[in-house]
Design a protein around this ligand. Structure first.
Ligand code: BG6
Length: 461
């Protein structure tokens, strides 16, 4: 654990991320009484404190609603510092606005190309002493750039003071994957290569790139969501239990698992691009960037030898849903049903938009014969007031708890997994919007049932 922060500095406070995610999270933290420090917003626009407060109100009205009591706690804490990040005077003003804080948390909600400039500005003005820093994704563009970014940050901050956001790690149902595995006596003994045939992780989005063409066309599905969110999900499904309750041990265990992920080869990956992508504003005319990726990941540990982890993500698919399906091996002898009857046993973890865990089982079908049916036992929990990922992660970073943040080791290990397939790949296969990606995606999965497609009513198609 690092020191609890006594001030929060938001670089890029006029930007999109602050508007959509950070202000709503701050309001929730203020409501919970967890924001008792000054919040200094920094950007280039010539704003006053009052304008920043009005902007915060607008953001809340557009994203979840204004809670007057919570805003009344938050607003007086907001201060605005205008300035160019190249100009040392900006950082002198930040320093003055921060005094007498000893442990500010600097949140870099700005393009990665500006990270080094801002960090160096903070160091030169003495604002990095005793401080910590939050960085947003994308963390690097490939292994080499991520290593360079880590090296830059490590010059000025210890690893324990660097909070790399992956908002998937702040999601309750994602955290629950690890909890569920180890907190249940009927799960842990079978959670290995002896009983599990394969694991599938699908992140389907029915929408497209929503005006983010310029950003997306430099990134693509593998960098946007696979290298970070989906490999983190795989790590939580596959890692060993931490040896203690401390944040460091949880991170260490996750890091070990990341190191065991086998780098992908071209044969493991199928890329796709939805028809019409190249006509989106900001996208290059002949772009070969993928909006869909399906891949087979192997994890070289004792527990997972030979068990494929199939991962799939795409834009303009038939539904918006993220789901994990764990297929168990079939019983060895079929004394009742014909061979391969039904779909077998599997766990399903629906991570969004709704949340449930299900167990698919075989039960005897009513009647004379000893044959069965598939049934699905679904456990669903509605918790409307659960913390949002940004509320949880910003709250943890202010507390100095890094367990739900990506470490330098895991980030670099994750880039090592995807690096071989980021360039030099065959062109992506075109798919029609509203379909499950290019036809070739089927070849990634060896299992007879192929991919399991999530449906919106929670049932299997
Ligand atoms: C972001 C990606 O990190 O995650 C987006 O940049 C994606 O492309 C989003 O849509 C999905 O997050 P969530 O929480 O809505 O599943």
């Amino acid at each position: 654990m690092t020191q609890r922060a006594d001030a929060l500095v938001l670089f890029g406070v006029t930007g999109d991320l602050a508007f959509k995610q950070i202000f709503p999270a701050l309001q929730r933290l203020a409501r919970a009484g967890a924001l008792d420090m000054p919040v200094v917003g920094v950007a280039r626009s010539a704003w006053t404190d009052a304008e920043l407060r009005a902007h915060a109100r607008e953001s809340l009205a557009a994203h979840g609603g204004v809670d007057e009591a919570a805003l009344a706690r938050l607003a007086p804490r907001l201060r605005y510092v205008e300035g160019d990040y190249q100009d040392p005077a900006t950082f002198a003003r930040i320093g003055a606005a921060l005094a007498p804080a000893m442990h500010p948390l600097h949140y870099l909600a700005i393009p990665p190309s500006l990270f080094a400039t801002v960090v160096e500005g903070l160091v030169a003005a003495g604002c990095a002493n005793g401080a910590s820093v939050v960085v947003e994704k994308p963390f690097g563009h490939d292994l080499a750039s991520a290593q360079a970014l880590n090296a830059m940050l490590h010059r000025y901050f210890p690893e324990t003071a660097i909070f790399r956001i992956d908002h998937y790690l702040g999601k309750e149902p994602v955290e629950n994957l690890l909890y569920f595995r180890f907190a249940n006596a009927f799960v842990e003994p079978i959670w290995n290569r002896d009983h599990i045939a394969s694991v599938q992780i699908t992140m389907a989005e029915a929408f497209g790139i929503e005006g983010r063409g310029r950003f997306y066309d430099e990134v693509g599905a593998i960098r946007d969501v696979v290298q970070n969110h989906l490999l983190q999900v795989a790590a939580l499904l596959a890692m060993e239990a931490p040896i203690q309750r401390s944040p460091e041990t949880a991170r260490d265990e996750r890091n070990r698992l990341f190191r065991a992920m086998r780098p992908l080869t071209a044969r493991d990956v199928v890329r796709g691009q939805f028809a019409g992508y190249r006509d989106e504003p900001g996208v290059a005319a002949g772009s070969q960037m993928e909006t869909f990726a399906a891949l087979r990941l192997m994890i070289d540990t004792w527990r997972w030898e030979g068990v494929p982890f199939y991962i799939r993500a795409g834009k303009k698919l038939p539904v918006t849903s993220t789901e994990v399906v764990v297929d168990l091996k079939r019983p060895p002898l079929t004394v009742f049903d014909p061979v391969n009857a039904g779909s077998g046993n599997r766990f399903r973890f629906r991570l969004s938009p709704d949340v449930f865990i299900s167990l698919q089982a075989r039960v005897k079908a009513p009647g004379e014969r000893m044959v069965g049916d598939d049934v699905e036992l679904i456990a669903r929990r509605q918790s409307p007031d659960q913390m949002t990922p940004y509320e949880k992660l910003i709250g943890d970073a202010l507390e100095g708890d890094a367990s739900l943040f990506a470490s330098s080791d895991s980030i670099e290990a994750a880039w090592r997994v995807v690096d071989p397939v980021l360039a030099g790949m065959p062109p992506p296969g075109v798919y029609a919007p509203g379909t499950w990606g290019p036809r070739d995606a089927a070849r990634v999965v060896a299992e007879p049932d192929g991919w399991h497609n999530p449906t919106l009513d929670g049932g299997t198609p």
